[in-house]
Write a protein that binds this ligand. Sequence first.
Ligand SMILES: Cc1cc2nc3c(=O)[nH]c(=O)nc-3n(C[C@H](O)[C@H](O)[C@H](O)COP(=O)(O)OP(=O)(O)OC[C@H]3O[C@@H](n4cnc5c(N)ncnc54)[C@H](O)[C@@H]3O)c2cc1C
Ligand code: SF4
Length: 569
Amino acid sequence: MANLNIRSKQERTYQAIVIGSGISGAWAAKEFCDLGVKTLMLERGRNVEHIKDYPTTNLLPYEFPHRNQIPQEIQEANPVISRCYAFREDAMHFFVKDTDHPYVQEKPFDWIRGYQVGGKSLLWARQVQRWSDFDFDGPARDGFAVDWPIRYKDIEKWYSHVEKFAGVSGFKDGIPHLPDGEFLPGYELNVVEKYFAEQLKKHYGNDRHMISARCAHIHGNAEYYAQQGRAMCQNRNLCQRGCPFGGYFSSNSSTIPWALKTGNLTLRPDAVVHSIIYDEEKGKATGVRIIDRLTKETEEFYADVIFVNAAALNTNAILLNSTSNRFPNGLGNDNGLLGKFVAFHNYRARVSGEYEGHSEFTTSGGRPTSGYFPRFRNVYKQETDFLRGYAAGFSASRGVGPDTSGIGMDLKNSLLNPDKYGPWRVGSHMMGETIPKETNFVALDPNQKDEWGMPQLRISVDYDDNDEKMVKDYIEQMTEMFTKAGFTNIQSADSKQAPGLDIHEMGGVRMGKDPKTSLLNANHQLHAVPNVYVTDGASMTSTSTQNPSLTYMAFAARAAHHAVAESKK
Ligand SMILES: Cc1cc2nc3c(=O)[nH]c(=O)nc-3n(C[C@H](O)[C@H](O)[C@H](O)COP(=O)(O)OP(=O)(O)OC[C@H]3O[C@@H](n4cnc5c(N)ncnc54)[C@H](O)[C@@H]3O)c2cc1C
Ligand code: SF4
């Protein structure tokens, strides 16, 4: 392998290095740059510039060669990503193809990745709910994993900080275990969704709620977001193509251009991070080794502080691959727990139905979010034979029935004839908390290597009995609620999908109070190497039920400020 360290060491030295330019890494970089820190952001994928590199953003359905479907040969070659709902012709260029980046599935695991500047921030569904103390207290209260070293009060102001900048729409719902935030105006629920929320109140009092999901879209205060070059969301619902208005939050539309404007950010795409360099004499990490994605040449960069934000499982891989005499089993891995206690969200079950009422209404136009059921099981007391619980998505819609008779004007009339509208369709999907376990782990495969000569990641993650009971309970409870609301034709399904398709993999480098049982301290520093921080999903001690990315953003911002304060001591 050729060596590209031809530039002077000084030219390759920064104050901070951030590995990964996705949701969490770009937040860390933005905060560093705002604080005047010269920052290098290393990203393994190609550059994706806002607007310029969104080739499908304005295409009409008939302009796609396959009408936005994935051709069969691509599906067959890529069974894992083909199971992701967002893998369609309009966004397929933002997904990692199974064949390009293989990994070892000791047990089935659908690993969905986006290797490019912006990471998965281009693809995400933008649902953002805060954690509360119910979530941070969880492991200690219910006796699993280890106690989180932080609580809501430690992170509350950072939630506000990132919500204001990213733009989050929502209502102040006043639910103690789903704290309200700094919201732009919320998106209204439709008439049947409101009806269902009222029915829940009638039958369950204040114990169960269905609210408009908070989402990272600009819905008001356009002037403030114009500073970022972003504009109001137009409700096109074509977000996964990249939004030319910057209507939703992505690293590409928001944090990266902002950080670049400060003049403090150097963005280096095509830099596959191989490992972190540990200096035994200095007793700290001094830099990062990369392999150029295209030329395969190696290069080293140096900094006082290093943030690892490569998305949960890749962050584990980088730390496991960072070996030295002091850390033969991976950086900071004194207790042998690096890569263990990986967890995820259980998205297996769905319940759907119909509603004959409100037939004078219908839905038209788009809305970039839906209804959200905050968790209700085991919140105030342990009431089931499984630990923890689930949140759920909910939506109701009524569209034109499938009457395609006639051609020309006749066809148009058939399609738009309100008499042909069927009943309302209602649907819900489960978002369950899973319990982190030592037996759910990732490790480096001793034999299989990737194209860059790095060990492939071996993933061994599965459901357990707690998850099975939770799926059953979700189906029973949702069916009961649908029945009480007068919905009919209620159907339920357990997809039995493999872990991973939730795209909320977490853990492996968990936070904790005790270096014997955790890898990171309360400030996201490796206990054993405090100038290395991890603020993505790898740091999660437990998973709770909320979509996690808002928490990673808040963690990244908080930790960047901590690192800067430390450097001034
Ligand atoms: C279809 C879809 C819907 C989703 N919906 C939601 C949602 O509604 N709400 C929510 O909270 N979350 C959602 N998610 C999950 C969300 O996208 C992730 O939680 C989030 O992107 C994680 O941020 P991150 O910075 O850790 O990782 P990423 O955004 O994935 O960024 C990681 C970056 O690191 C880079 N990288 C990896 N390895 C290396 C290496 N060795 N060297 C250099 N760079 C490297 C990657 O290329 C990538 O750019 C969704 C994801 C998908 C795909
Ligand atoms: S729904 Fe909003 S954010 Fe999504 S593509 Fe449309 S304008 Fe952009």
